[in-house]
Structures are given as C-alpha cells and as structure tokens.
Design a protein around this ligand. Structure first.
Ligand SMILES: Cc1cc2nc3c(=O)[nH]c(=O)nc-3n(C[C@H](O)[C@H](O)[C@H](O)COP(=O)(O)OP(=O)(O)OC[C@H]3O[C@@H](n4cnc5c(N)ncnc54)[C@H](O)[C@@H]3O)c2cc1C
Length: 390
C-alpha cells in the first residue's frame, strides 16, 4: 500500500492535519493504536484560540462549533476575595476564545473524515515509522495479527506524548527540556450550570482553582491537589466544599453542585523536544511538547503545529518547494516556546507551591494586583491567552 502522508495518531492533531491535506488533494492514511470510542471517550481541553477556530473552519469542520460553542470575551482572576475581569476582546482589538470541548472537536473531525471516505485504521498495533532518513520512508503496523507496510513521502507523528514517533528519532539527534510541577489538578465534570459565564482562575492560600465549562449546562471544575492524592480520596461533597473555599464569596455562592460524572487527577508538566523534524518525519502536537493546562494552550499548540506543517506540505506538493517543510521545526518551536513560557508563568503565578511561604503568597498577590490594574500587563496576558499570531 502507498499514500503521500502517513499520519500516526487520530487525536486532534492527526485528524485536523488529515482533513486540511485532504482538502488540498493530498492523500493520507491515519494509523490509530486504539479504537474510535476510546479516542472519543477522553475528556481533555476545552478553550480554542481564534486561530484554531479559523483552522477548523478552513477544514470545513466548524459548523457545530459555531452553533453550540460559547464565544468568550473575557476571563476573571480571583484573589484577595474578589473577582477581577480581564477584558480579552477589549485589550486585543476584538479577539476572543471559543469554549468547545476537545471531544466535540474530535467528533466533528472524525465525522468529516468518514463522510469523505478517507482511510483511518483503528486498533493498529506496533506502528513503526521507518526509513525517514531516506527519500522512501514507510510505516509498518499489525492489524488482526497481520503485518502491513505503507510506503509514503512523509510521516506525521501526531501520536501524543506516549507515542512511538518521538521515540523513533535517533537519540543523538533529539534534545528534550522538562519541568515537572509538584502538584496535580483534580478535575470533575458535572451536569450543572457554570458558576459564571466566563472562566475564573483563582489564586488562594489553600491552592489554585479553576471554574470552567463545556456548555451552559455542563461545568468543568478543577482544584490543585497533592500529586499523591487518589481520586477515591475525593468524594463529590469534599470537592465542592474545597472549590467553594478557594473562590471569592460572590463566585462561591453561585456554584451549583451536583453529582460528578467524570473525576480524574492529572499531573502538570512542561516538556519540549527539539527539533520537530527528523528527515521525512515530523513531530506534531503533544508528540513534541506538553504544557500545564493553566494557560489553555495544549490543544491550541497542536493546531498551530498542524497549520505550519500543512502549509509546508501543500507548498511541497503544489509548488515542488521544500521551503515550508524545511522551515517547519523552527517556525513551530518559536511559537511553542512562547506558549510554554506563558503556561509556566500562569502556573507559577496562580498555584501554591510546597515552598510558598507567606512572603511568596504576598509576591503572588502583588503580581496579580499589578496585572489587573496595569493596562499594559493585562494586555500582555490577553494577547497570549487569545493566542499569538501564526
Ligand atoms: C488529562 C488531560 C487534560 C488536558 N486538559 C487540557 C486543557 O484543559 N486545556 C488544554 O489546552 N489542553 C489540555 N490537555 C492537552 C490536550 O488535550 C492535548 O494538547 C491534545 O490532546 C494534543 O492533541 P494531539 O493530537 O497532539 O495528541 P493526543 O490527543 O494525545 O492524540 C494522540 C493520538 O495518538 C494515538 N497514539 C499514541 N500512540 C500511538 C501509536 N504508537 N500508534 C498509533 N497511534 C498512537 C493516541 O491513542 C491518540 O489518539 C490535556 C491533556 C490531558 C492528557
């Protein structure tokens, strides 16, 4: 079997890249390790930058997002028992973000791919990218006990942090950068209306909290917790009590409680692998980098990588130019590092670290106070939050 681009992984990176390439007449096969329902069952990100919204539109997958998503013009920072709104749209010349769950994005992209009759192989085991240091790369995989081989021009490693693509890069050719944070996020989903129509990021001496949502009836809440906590330690009642204690009274009294239907603890980490290209194989999205979710950047960075790679591959096939694919790694990493910095900064400013003493707490409060009272500082936050230009 042969195709132009083999895409490893059917998360948002792989599906979006596949759709944009298909719209330009470029053939792809997607190989996915697990089944479709498993991919759709993962509850993850939910805040889309304008650039990602535009890309989904360009892919022809934006209709449901515009009908059901929630455009947001601002966020609130909560500290010192008060809410302080950051007017994202007012500070960025009208840019906003869209609240629309990653699960829904994935669903829309999968539906489009299926309707177009494009090939995705689910349950593909032992996927292995090979020969990418030559002009004739290929990928092997097993399905139902039979080994298959797909020849191609390029391989896109869209297989997430634990995928095989990054691990297949020659050890001497890759450098990684990492910071693990000494806490996790305990998150719940509940079928209750959100405490506010916009997101609330709370800094509190008891720890960070985030009020988010997936729709007008479905809330996503998080509280910072120790890394060794277990989900079983946290009954719904304990979660709701802790959340309300970390919010200003005006927000706490608006929290509507109810039974959670998803509850999980995620560790927080910053990670970058350089470069993002190895011959004819590219790393895309979480395969190359991870950010803590505080800045709502993980999914959006995956989209910007896709944009740069799609441009490069389109240029290769339509203009026989390698300029775009040659520039991919440097272009993507330049934007990646800015998002890594922003996510690290938001995380540092909003969380209680084990060594945060009263002095450290006051410094955080002073930084937050400056942030909400200086238009220049608020504008810098807003510019990064809505997404730096591609
Ligand atoms: C628990 C959690 C919560 C998150 N919350 C947020 C958030 O609130 N905000 C935010 O912006 N971001 C968040 N993120 C990050 C965001 O979800 C990711 O950045 C995004 O999913 C990246 O998309 P991707 O397609 O690059 O990778 P993934 O979504 O990880 O997709 C990779 C795909 O590759 C497949 N795969 C893996 N290995 C192989 C293999 N060997 N062969 C074939 N296929 C393979 C996987 O099954 C998967 O389907 C969160 C991530 C996690 C894990």
């Amino acid at each position: 079997m042969r195709t132009q681009v083999v895409i490893i992984g059917s998360g948002p990176s792989g599906l979006l890249l596949g759709q944009l390439l298909a719209n330009s007449g470029i053939d792809t096969v997607i190989l996915e390790r697990v089944d479709r329902d498993y991919v759709l069952g993962r509850v993850r990100a939910g805040v889309l930058e304008q650039g990602m919204v535009d890309l989904l539109d360009e892919a022809g997958c934006g209709a449901r997002m515009h009908a059901e998503g929630l455009p947001h013009d601002g966020i609130s920072l909560a500290f010192d028992s008060r809410l302080h709104r950051i007017d994202l749209a007012g500070l960025t010349g009208g840019k906003r973000v869209m609240v629309y769950g990653q699960t829904e994005v994935t669903h829309d992209l999968m539906d489009k791919r299926e309707a177009a009759g494009l090939t995705t192989v689910y349950d593909a085991k032992n996927v292995l990218p090979q020969g990418f240091d030559t002009d004739t790369p290929f990928v092997t995989y097993e399905k139902d006990g039979v080994t298959h081989r797909i020849g191609c021009d390029f391989i896109a490693g869209c297989d997430g942090f634990h995928g095989v693509s990054r691990k297949s890069a020659p050890a001497g050719a890759i450098k990684t950068y990492e910071r693990a944070y000494p806490f996790g996020w305990l998150g719940i989903l509940a079928e209750v209306p959100p405490a506010d129509h916009e997101l609330i990021y709370a800094n509190h001496p008891r720890g960070f909290a985030l009020c988010s949502m997936r729709s007008a009836h479905r809330s996503r809440y998080y509280v910072q917790c120790p890394l060794d906590d277990k989900v079983e330690d946290w009954s719904d009642d304990r979660f709701w009590d802790e959340l309300r204690r970390r919010l200003p009274p005006v927000a706490a009294e608006r929290v509507v409680t109810g039974a959670s239907f998803e509850k999980s603890i995620a560790p927080l980490r910053s990670f970058v692998a350089e470069p993002m290209r190895f011959g004819r194989m590219f790393l895309v999205g979480d395969a190359a980098h991870i950010v803590p979710p505080t800045g709502a950047k993980g999914l959006n960075l995956a989209a910007s990588d896709v944009r740069y790679l799609y441009w490069g591959l389109r240029e290769f096939y339509q203009e026989r130019s390698t300029a775009g694919v040659d520039a991919y790694s440097a272009r993507a990493l330049s934007r990646v590092w800015k998002a890594v910095r922003f996510s690290w900064w938001m995380t540092t400013m909003l969380h209680r670290f084990p060594d945060t003493d009263d002095f450290g707490q006051r410094i955080q409060e002073a930084e937050l106070d400056y942030l909400v009272h200086s238009e220049a500082a608020s504008a810098a936050l807003a510019e990064n939050y809505v997404g730096l230009p591609y």
